[in-house]
Design a protein. Structure first.
Length: 88
Protein backbone atom coordinates (compact mmCIF):
# COMPACT_ATOMS: atom_id res chain seq x y z
CA UNK A 1 0.00 0.00 0.00
CA UNK A 2 1.37 3.41 -0.96
CA UNK A 3 1.77 5.96 1.80
CA UNK A 4 0.47 9.46 1.27
CA UNK A 5 2.97 12.25 1.69
CA UNK A 6 1.22 14.70 4.06
CA UNK A 7 2.87 17.79 2.58
CA UNK A 8 1.99 16.80 -0.99
CA UNK A 9 -1.59 16.03 0.05
CA UNK A 10 -1.94 19.42 1.73
CA UNK A 11 -0.56 21.12 -1.40
CA UNK A 12 -3.01 19.18 -3.59
CA UNK A 13 -5.93 20.11 -1.35
CA UNK A 14 -4.81 23.76 -1.18
CA UNK A 15 -4.77 23.96 -4.99
CA UNK A 16 -8.18 22.31 -5.23
CA UNK A 17 -9.76 24.61 -2.63
CA UNK A 18 -8.12 27.70 -4.16
CA UNK A 19 -9.83 26.85 -7.46
CA UNK A 20 -13.29 26.72 -5.84
CA UNK A 21 -15.60 29.68 -5.47
CA UNK A 22 -16.81 30.78 -2.03
CA UNK A 23 -20.10 28.87 -2.23
CA UNK A 24 -18.31 25.65 -3.16
CA UNK A 25 -15.96 26.06 -0.19
CA UNK A 26 -18.86 26.64 2.17
CA UNK A 27 -20.60 23.55 0.82
CA UNK A 28 -17.48 21.40 1.28
CA UNK A 29 -17.10 22.75 4.82
CA UNK A 30 -20.73 21.98 5.66
CA UNK A 31 -19.91 18.38 6.53
CA UNK A 32 -16.57 18.30 8.37
CA UNK A 33 -17.03 14.62 9.25
CA UNK A 34 -16.67 13.80 5.55
CA UNK A 35 -13.20 15.41 5.44
CA UNK A 36 -9.85 14.09 6.55
CA UNK A 37 -7.93 16.03 9.17
CA UNK A 38 -5.63 17.36 6.43
CA UNK A 39 -8.63 18.48 4.36
CA UNK A 40 -10.24 20.25 7.34
CA UNK A 41 -7.01 22.09 8.15
CA UNK A 42 -6.43 23.10 4.53
CA UNK A 43 -10.05 24.16 4.07
CA UNK A 44 -9.91 26.23 7.27
CA UNK A 45 -6.74 27.96 6.00
CA UNK A 46 -8.33 28.78 2.61
CA UNK A 47 -11.48 30.12 4.23
CA UNK A 48 -9.46 32.33 6.58
CA UNK A 49 -7.45 33.61 3.62
CA UNK A 50 -10.70 34.65 1.94
CA UNK A 51 -12.22 36.07 5.11
CA UNK A 52 -14.98 33.47 5.20
CA UNK A 53 -16.45 32.16 8.42
CA UNK A 54 -16.67 28.38 8.66
CA UNK A 55 -19.99 27.29 10.11
CA UNK A 56 -20.31 23.51 9.77
CA UNK A 57 -23.84 22.20 9.39
CA UNK A 58 -25.02 21.52 12.98
CA UNK A 59 -26.86 18.43 11.74
CA UNK A 60 -23.58 16.92 10.55
CA UNK A 61 -22.05 14.41 12.91
CA UNK A 62 -18.79 15.41 14.52
CA UNK A 63 -15.65 13.43 13.65
CA UNK A 64 -15.35 10.43 15.96
CA UNK A 65 -12.10 8.91 17.16
CA UNK A 66 -11.51 5.33 16.07
CA UNK A 67 -11.37 4.06 19.65
CA UNK A 68 -14.89 5.43 20.15
CA UNK A 69 -16.24 3.44 17.19
CA UNK A 70 -14.77 0.01 17.77
CA UNK A 71 -16.24 -1.98 20.61
CA UNK A 72 -15.11 -5.29 21.97
CA UNK A 73 -17.35 -8.26 21.34
CA UNK A 74 -18.03 -11.02 23.76
CA UNK A 75 -20.32 -13.94 24.52
CA UNK A 76 -22.48 -13.57 27.58
CA UNK A 77 -24.96 -15.91 29.23
CA UNK A 78 -27.69 -13.21 29.26
CA UNK A 79 -28.41 -9.50 28.73
CA UNK A 80 -27.71 -8.61 32.34
CA UNK A 81 -24.22 -10.09 32.21
CA UNK A 82 -23.58 -8.30 28.92
CA UNK A 83 -24.72 -5.00 30.44
CA UNK A 84 -22.37 -5.42 33.37
CA UNK A 85 -19.38 -6.14 31.16
CA UNK A 86 -16.54 -3.59 31.28
CA UNK A 87 -15.62 -4.18 27.63
CA UNK A 88 -18.18 -1.73 26.23
Amino acid sequence: MTRINPEQERERLAARYAAMNDLELLKVGGDPAALTEWARETLRDEMRRRGLEWKPDPRSPKPVAEEEILKGLGIYPDRIAAGLSETF
